[in-house]
Design a protein around this ligand. Structure first.
Ligand SMILES: NC(=O)c1ccc[n+]([C@@H]2O[C@H](COP(=O)([O-])OP(=O)(O)OC[C@H]3O[C@@H](n4cnc5c(N)ncnc54)[C@H](OP(=O)(O)O)[C@@H]3O)[C@@H](O)[C@H]2O)c1
Length: 399
C-alpha cells in the first residue's frame, strides 16, 4: 500500500537495476480493492507480460479467540484472502510460471492468539491446492519465523522471542529462507512447510509427535502420583511451599527470571509480566509438570501464584483428605471422594462418558435406552471435550 514510500523502496529499486533488471516499477496499490488491482494489472506492458505473481500481503491483529472481534477477523482475512482471491481471478488469462503465496506455519500448527491469521493462511494453502488441481501455477510457502524483523514481527518483545524459542519453530535467516524459496520453485507441490525445527520440542505437540513417531517420554511429565508422594508427610504449610516453588519455577522459565524466589506469591500474574498468551503457556507447563488437567481459564480464575498453588493442592488432595493418616494418603476417604466428585464439572463427566452410568446409578436414566441415544451422546461429548481431550480422542489415544 505504501508503494515507493515504503522504507527501503529506493534501495530495492537500485539493487534490482544493478542486478540487471531493465525496468523496475514500484507502485502503491491496495490489493484488496478490485478496481485498483485491475487497473494495476492493466498497466503491465504487453512487451513484458506478467509471468509471476508473488503474494506477500499480510497483517496481524492478535487476540485470544474468545476476545477476538469481528473487525479483527475481517481485517486479517481481507489482507490475505481477499487479495489472493482477486489475484487468482484477475490473472487467469495470463501465462504464469509462478503464483507464490507467503503463508504461515500458524495455519498448519495453530498459533496462540492468532486464530484470524491462522485461518487466513490456511485459506492460502487451500487456494494453492485448488489452483494446482486445476493445472495452474501455485505454491504456498507456510513460513515459520524469519529472524530478520519485519513490519509484522518488529513489535515482538523479548518475552515473545523467549516464548518462541521454547517452541518447535526455529527462527530462520534470510539466506535460508531464500534457499527454501528457490527449492520450492523446483518442486511440483503446491504447499511447503518452510521452517527449521527444534526436534527436541516436538513432543510438546500431540499432532507433531504422532507425525514424527516421537511420543512424549515419561520424563517430560511429572506424574500426579509422584507429586502426591513428594507431598506425603509434609505439613500443609510445607505442601504449599513445595507446590508454590513449582509454580514459581514455571513462571521463571516463561519470564526468563533466573531466581524464581523473587516472584511475588501474592501479586497478580498479569501485574508480574504474564499476558494472555503466556498465561496459557503457564497452564500448559503446569499440566506437564503435575499431570493435573487444568481448565484453560485456571490462571485467570486463580490469578496469583498463591491462589493457583492452592488450586493445585485442592486438585491433588481434595478437602476432607488432609487429616487422613499417612498410610492412607493417595486413597482419600469416602467424604473426600464425595467432595471431590462434587467439584467435577458436568461437561468433564460427559466427556469421560461417565454421565450416563452415573444417572443410571442414581435411577435418573433408563439403562435400556442406551442403544438409540449413544450416537447423540457421543456427539454431545465431543462438543463438550476440552481441547487436550479432543486431540487425544482424535489420535485414538485415550490413555
Ligand atoms: N516475518 C515472518 O516471520 C513471517 C512468518 C510467516 C509468514 N510471513 C508472511 O510473509 C509475508 C510478509 O510478511 P513480513 O513479515 O515481511 O511483514 P511486512 O513487512 O509487514 O509485509 C507485509 C506487507 O503486506 C502489505 N500489505 C498489507 N495489506 C495490504 C493490502 N491490502 N494491499 C497491499 N499491500 C498490503 C504491507 O504493505 P504496507 O506496509 O505498505 O501496507 C507490507 O508490505 C506476510 O504474508 C506474512 O504473513 C512472515
Amino acid at each position: 500500500r505504501q508503494g515507493p514510500h515504503a522504507p527501503g523502496a529506493d534501495q530495492l529499486h537500485d539493487d534490482l537495476l544493478t542486478l540487471g533488471a531493465h525496468t523496475v516499477t514500484i507502485t502503491a496499490c491496495d490489493a484488496t480493492n478490485p478496481t485498483a488491482l485491475t487497473d494495476l494489472i492493466h498497466t503491465i506492458p504487453t512487451e513484458h507480460p506478467l509471468t509471476a505473481v508473488i503474494h506477500t500481503t499480510g497483517a496481524l491483529d492478535d487476540a485470544t479467540l474468545t476476545a477476538m472481534t469481528e473487525k479483527q477477523l475481517r481485517t486479517i482475512l481481507a489482507s490475505k484472502v481477499d487479495s489472493a482471491v482477486l489475484l487468482d481471478a484477475l490473472t487467469r488469462e495470463h501465462d504464469l510460471g509462478a503464483f507464490v503465496m507467503f503463508s504461515s506455519a500458524a495455519g498448519l500448527l495453530g498459533s496462540p492468539g492468532q486464530a484470524n491469521y491462522a485461518a487466513a493462511n490456511t485459506f492460502l494453502d487451500a487456494l494453492a491446492a485448488h489452483r494446482h488441481a486445476n493445472g495452474l501455477a501455485a505454491t504456498s510457502l507456510a513460513w515459520g519465523l524469519w529472524a530478520q524483523a519485519s513490519a509484522m514481527t518488529g513489535h515482538l518483545s523479548d518475552q515473545d522471542h523467549a516464548r518462541m524459542s521454547r517452541s518447535v519453530i526455529v527462527p530462520m535467516s534470510s539466506e535460508r529462507g531464500l534457499e527454501i524459496f528457490d527449492a520450492a520453485d523446483r518442486t511440483a507441490r503446491p504447499l511447503h512447510f518452510a521452517s527449521p525445527l527444534n526436534l527436541a520440542h516436538i513432543p510438546q505437540l500431540p499432532v507433531w509427535s504422532r507425525l514424527a513417531t516421537v511420543r512424549p517420554t515419561a520424563t517430560t511429565h511429572q506424574s500426579g502420583p509422584a507429586l502426591t508422594e513428594q507431598l506425603a508427610g509434609l505439613t500443609p504449610t510445607e505442601r504449599h511451599q513445595h507446590v508454590l516453588g513449582l509454580v514459581r519455577r514455571q513462571i521463571g522459565v516463561i519470564l526468563g527470571i533466573d531466581n524464581p524466589a523473587v516472584i511475588d506469591a501474592t501479586r497478580g500474574f498479569l501485574d508480574q509480566g504474564l499476558d494472555s498468551l503466556t498465561a496459557v503457556e503457564l497452564r500448559n507447563r503446569l499440566h506437564t509438570a503435575t499431570a493435573i488437567r487444568l481448565p484453560a481459564t485456571a490462571v485467570f480464575d486463580h490469578p496469583t501464584p498463591n491462589a493457583l498453588t492452592q488450586y493445585l493442592l485442592d486438585q491433588l488432595a481434595p478437602a476432607g483428605t488432609e487429616s487422613a493418616p499417612a498410610a492412607d494418603r493417595g486413597e482419600p476417604g469416602e467424604e473426600g471422594i464425595r467432595r471431590a466428585l462434587a467439584t467435577i464439572p458436568l461437561d468433564r463427566l460427559r466427556g469421560a462418558g461417565l454421565m450416563k452410568p452415573l444417572l443410571q446409578l442414581l435411577g435418573l436414566a433408563d439403562p435400556s435406552a442406551d442403544a438409540d441415544a449413544s450416537t447423540e451422546s457421543d456427539e454431545e461429548s465431543i462438543d463438550l471435550m476440552a481441547i487436550d481431550d479432543l486431540v487425544q480422542f482424535a489420535l485414538g489415544d485415550e490413555s
